[in-house]
Write a protein that binds this ligand. Sequence first.
Ligand code: AHR
Length: 502
Amino acid sequence: MNQIVVNLKKTKHTVSRMIYGHFSEHLGRCIYEGLFVGKDSPIPHVNGMRTDVVNALKEIKIPVLRWPGGCFADEYHWKDGIGDPAARKRMVNTHWGGVVEDNSFGTHEFLELCRQLGCEPYINGNLGSGEIAEMQEWVEYMTFKGESPMANLRRANGREEPWAVSYFGIGNENWGCGGNMRAEYYADLYRRYATYVRNYGENKIFRIASGPGADYGHDNLKQCWTRTMMENARQLFDGLALHYYTLTGHWGESKGSATDFTEAEYYTTLRRSLWLDEVIKQHAAVIRRFDPNNRVKIIFDEWGTWHDCEPGTNPGFLYQQNTMRDALVAAASLHIFNSHADIVHMANIAQTVNVLQAVILTDGAKMLLTPTYHVFNMLKGHQDAALLESHQICGAAGEGVPQLSHSATVKDGAVTLTVCNMSADQTAEVSLSLLGQHVKVQEAAMLTSDSIAGKNTFEQPSAVQPGDFSGIRLEEYNKTGTQMTLKLPACSVVRLTLGEGS
Ligand code: AHR
């Protein structure tokens, strides 16, 4: 029998809502068409931001959005994206598909998008090919209130007040697309650039350094990069960025279809997503050795599945479909981030719309919500809640993947418990012990499908969506708390909301 025990009386750290963050790059149809359609579009929009997508992201309480890349960030020159859109520089997006980037979505547009979403902006600066002064001026342009060349330029471009920008990345993957640097070289450069990323007035910047290639193809630097950064530059950053994708092939090889996969491939992907736990533990151990007071945080600003792109689409656009397999990866990964929220301050799934493990796909004016979207919606109760002490005992679902993954948090007296049955084909019966209190289920939802490859399409956009969960049997209230049995269908994500009472 599978078992989950939750101690309702013992809380651990708070799960920062930033863990439920997103990433949007100038890549394929993420920004253009996915988020921004421009002011002349027949697609409903507010100031060029598509209304359907903005509303869907508000529904999942998107807390933070990273922009403009990714690899694109280290080739992006922000001054190309301000002023009259018609006069902005047209450039080649060399990283992603070689298409024309007309810079119609720039700093003002991104910060307007964040305003509409009600989320924090996370801006990634260009260290790879940009100048120090350019980075310094970007921060001044956005955040300086008084009289200065950049603040005056901002005003001339129609924005009187500065914006609040808390999160700023200084380079991206600088061991790879961000300049192919050695850790020692980047650490020195980082120190120079970070010196000029200033706090103006009340605006306090949380500076984020590029971390190692956690585990895909570049076996270079890993903890060694982390150690070098901690040894040489830790005083100048608040967060170190890690990236981890569940790539199944080697770099440049086929990664397998997003929708047409075997049970063995399903388990391989899940197993690789669970490796996140080890990646965090290993880097946390190195970080804490140099930072015993827990100041430096992990910013997991790229994570998710990376499959082959959809047949017939531009391979440089990284457009992939999304199935129940991706939903399970999302839920299990978010559970892992919750469990390490004492050091993981933020995580950003790659990428919000139309790229990699997207929560939303669009086709012209049409939009669909992926199974991964529904997981973010079901798990949003964990945002800013306190993690409860809990344990699970379970067998293996297959190929080294445990049958269960779970997380329990409490906020304002309401407990959110989310549980996955990772098995491709077996129901999981779970004995659930909720210690310390008599509680009752206030709401129970489930995401599942009759196939591990269940997905939403533009023809059937609601094929996979959450429904009620009825597989709960209350066993007893006793002096230790509340005892229940849950019956979870294969390949499912369940959320229970519990409150005091019997
Ligand atoms: O998310 C796609 C790319 O993956 C990003 O641009 C880069 O940082 C990573 O290699």
